[in-house]
Design a protein around this ligand. Structure first.
Ligand code: LLP
Length: 423
């Protein structure tokens, strides 16, 4: 165990908001996001991209709360969406359609139509079948859709297998060989303007090398296309920038270094650059506040039972992800070793195994850190546990941005089987 990494924050505030008072008022589990931390990340990335014609399209899936999207809109960001639901959220939050790009292998005709109706900037196309679907739906609307081909560069992003997307074996994108054929035949498409490239190799990437490799492959393909008479108006370099989940352990890439790799790989490209970061902008700006329900001494291990569970935060169960857990308590305590678990009836409902923490007591408030991305957005009501509340913090003030779900809301939409019909 790395005892040196376990320095609890002596100041139990976040964005100058007293976390004890907040939890007492709003209850737990509670997601709290720092608006200033998000603005800071946006600023860092924008500064790193200075001088480039680039649009940051926030990956809505990372945290799709309306208030978070409104922060992105206020900073001039666009959105990377993957469904009609995300399209609707982005538009409703004030993100203009001309800054929205649409990714994903399973876009339906209805979703393509909704995106065309809204007038989004571009589709990131993942298969020939999808390209034809966009052509068909755009023709019916008498519009021309802008499209980029998502390149699968067959690069190992050196991240968890479940969030790795750029290997040939993954379902995402198409090979350069296939993309070459699309461009050769692009003039047969009357309602699709195929003039963009897109690449996204995975998430929580902590090494520069996979980015460099992937972008170099995309760049040499871009040069080949231009020579072959296919102008490229936009290159979307995806998301994937990793964050620090474990203090003293993870070493994330600096935005400036990432931008340096983009500048080097795409030197001479005078079209429009797109980026799709999700996690980088919001992960470290969020904590999941939770209370200790009880400490259970098993025959082999001590279990710290929290009031948050895998339904609130899936990342540890799904990806064996590490999240730092810190007591929101100023007083020093002796250290103890716990398996940190939730109340859900699965052994996988474990946030951490053999974690060394200051000794806890029932009622103690803990912060599970780095949960601003892929936390609330992946939550479910499994075990019939209502969705947690979410709150935005800004310079000592807070605003509830999602009420805690009531039990009535949780079951709304369900009904007894009585109005039987045949299809
Ligand atoms: N663009 C595309 C096409 C994507 O599929 C994704 C994420 C992003 C951008 C944003 O990636 P980011 O910058 O956030 O790494 N639930 C997982 C992560 C799944 C990521 C899916 N795609 C987790 O909690 O680790």
């Amino acid at each position: 165990p790395r005892h040196d990494a376990l320095v609890p924050d002596p100041q139990p505030t976040f964005d100058s908001v007293d976390l004890h008072a907040l939890a007492a008022r709003l209850g737990t589990p509670l997601y709290a996001y720092s608006a200033n931390a998000i603005r800071q990340r946006i600023g860092e990335l924008q500064r790193a991209l200075h001088g480039l014609d680039a649009t940051i399209c926030y990956a809505v899936k990372a945290n799709s709360n309306r208030a978070i999207l409104e922060l992105m809109a206020a900073a001039g960001l666009g959105a990377d969406i993957v469904s009609a639901g995300e399209l609707q959220r982005a538009l409703a939050s004030g993100i203009p359609a001309h800054r929205i790009v649409f990714s994903g292998v399973g876009k339906t005709d209805v979703e393509i139509d909704a995106a065309l109706a809204a007038g989004i900037a571009r589709f990131n196309v993942e298969s020939l079948d999808e390209l034809h679907a966009i052509e068909r739906v755009a023709a019916a609307r008498h519009v021309v859709a802008n499209a980029a081909v998502r390149i699968n560069p067959d690069v190992d992003a050196l991240t968890h297998a479940k969030i790795s997307t750029g290997r040939a074996e993954n379902k995402f994108g198409v090979s350069i060989a296939e993309a070459r054929r699309w461009f050769a035949e692009r003039r047969q498409l009357a309602n699709v303007r195929l003039d963009g490239l897109h690449v996204h190799i995975g998430s929580q990437i902590l090494e520069l090398e996979p980015f460099r490799l992937a972008l170099n492959r995309v760049a040499s393909f871009w040069r080949e296309l231009v020579h072959a008479g296919h102008p490229i108006a936009s290159i979307d370099v995806g998301g994937g920038l990793g964050v620090r989940y474990r203090a003293g352990h993870d070493e994330p890439i600096a935005a400036a270094d990432f931008a340096g790799v983009v500048r080097a790989a795409l030197a001479g490209f005078h079209g429009h650059l797109l980026l799709e970061p999700g996690r980088y902008l919001v992960a470290e700006a969020g904590v999941l506040l939770t209370r200790v329900l009880r400490i259970k001494e098993g025959t082999e291990r001590s279990f710290l039972v929290l009031d948050a569970a895998m339904n609130d935060l899936q990342r540890p169960s799904l990806y064996d992800a590490w999240h730092d857990i810190v007591p929101v308590s100023p007083e020093p305590r002796p250290l103890a070793t716990y398996d940190v678990v939730g109340p859900v009836c699965e052994t996988g409902d474990t946030f951490a195994r053999a974690r060394v923490l200051p000794a806890c007591e029932p009622g103690d408030l803990l912060a599970i850190q780095g949960t601003g991305a892929y936390g609330a957005s992946m939550a479910s009501t499994y075990n019939s546990r209502p969705l947690a509340a979410e709150v935005l913090l800004d310079d000592g003030r807070y605003a509830v941005i999602r009420r805690r779900q009531t039990l009535e809301e949780m079951v709304a939409g369900e009904q007894s089987a009585q109005d039987w019909a045949t299809p």
